[in-house]
Design a binder for this molecule. Sequence first.
Ligand SMILES: Nc1ncnc2c1ncn2[C@@H]1O[C@H](COP(=O)(O)OP(=O)(O)OP(=O)(O)O)[C@@H](O)[C@H]1O
Length: 524
Amino acid sequence: MESSVGGGQAVDAYRKALSTAASAAAYAVMARSLARELLPPELRAAARWVASALGARLGRGKPARRTLVVRSQQQARGGGGGGGGAEENLLFDAARAYLASRLDPRAMGRLGLTLARARDRDGRASWRRVFFLEPGDSAVDVFEGVEFKWACVEAPSSGRDTEKDKKGEPGTGGDRNFVLELSFDAEHTDVATDRYVPFVMEAAEEVEQRDRKLKICMNEGRIWYRLSHHHPATFDTLAMDKELKRSIVADLDLFAGRRDHYRRIGKAWKRGYLLYGPPGTGKSSLVAAMANHLRYDLYDLDLSHVHLNASLQWLLVGMPNKCILVIEDIDCCCDAMSRENDKATPRAGDCAGDDEAGNGTPSDSDAPPPPAKSKSKSKNDQGMEGITLSGLLNFIDGLWSTCGDERIIVFTTNYKERLDPALLRPGRMDMHIYMGYCGWEAFKTLAHNYFLVDDHELFPEIQALLAEVEVTPAAVSEMLLRSDDAGVALRGLTEFLQEKKKQQAAAADGGKQISEEEEAGKKA
Ligand SMILES: Nc1ncnc2c1ncn2[C@@H]1O[C@H](COP(=O)(O)OP(=O)(O)OP(=O)(O)O)[C@@H](O)[C@H]1O
């Protein structure tokens, strides 16, 4: 039923209400101006804060929150009831790896801890700590001034535990099912999805790159075989000129941080190094030090196991980003595939679809490695009639070379002068590094590596001998390995160098005598 009020009464009531509202507004204005005149600014700010806190408590002004649920698996496309399986959620793994690197035990009341096997920089067995959130725990991360809260929440089991769940890896909560929740103020949703999540993915990749075991990969046909790799060489242990060492490290670091630069100038993100010098001067050790420094896998390409240009292309496609491709003794390879081969009629199967490896796709494998490499074989023995220099050059910097990012190519040779000029032209091998005989600086590094000595009474004599004798760091290392006693080893090295000096002098005398006889013969 509708309530009705008479016409005159209604007008009176309206007037009364209006005058009450007007006087309330007038009082409010008066109170505000009185407060402004009588209260100091500090008290006014405090009053504002109390008002906003009260407002927040009452639910007014509290920013809306948003939560992203990150499950370990996602339903594969087309899976809804159609039998499609579950796919690993990359963000879930990345978030765990990221959090493991960020969680600070000093700032948290409770967190999970696991120890994982690892190796230290010298190759010694070691372990590393992995922190993770247990169900019920949470941690706050700040990115671009925005607070992001990660929480680990137990979820009802789906009955489809992943292998990781079953194994109980750190952070998976053992055989329990759980999800990670990422919550933040709703107004920062764009920051979260467009920048924070990609940042977490990249940071996790960096962590993974830093902590993972390095691999060395060898090829058989178009297949890469992978083995765990731990070569102990580092830039600290390398015996070579200090300035040269510094410039190589700086070059590598510059390269690794230049993704945007390469994109901007429109060049493939790769760099070539040519290492040359006598055998035993540390070329292979330098390659290992590069891999350890950048945490890149090594791809050791044996061209004698590749018989077709097409296989080179498949091998290239089968390599990941962030790796070092090495071709040792490139001079032997160039001998075996002279430019004339470029003109040779391609063999029946020398096309991209040819199946040297017995299948049509690039592949890799953890199966036993191929037979050991053989150096200095004859052209036919090398079995490289099907690959050409132009095929190799295409491999290095043709269109095929752009199918990966952040790759380093290293050629090593004992005879730089034997290389085809096409391999040496600027832009192909960006840095030519000469690894020479053992000088004084290099010797001091070796003495420190082997005995932790930086000075010894035999040092002056060794320094003088090294200035006159050509000896490789490998030969010096071999002498230093002969005893655990620094004095004994250094004496042995001194005698070895004295003997070498005599031999060199005798050889020089012999050479002089022969040329004098030749001169006399010509005159006669
Ligand atoms: N510059 C160096 N610094 C430290 N150790 C070195 C150096 N050069 C050689 N050695 C020692 O000698 C061994 C052989 O060296 P390495 O295989 O690196 O030489 P290389 O120049 O690659 O020889 P090759 O040309 O015969 O392949 C190394 O395992 C290392 O112990």
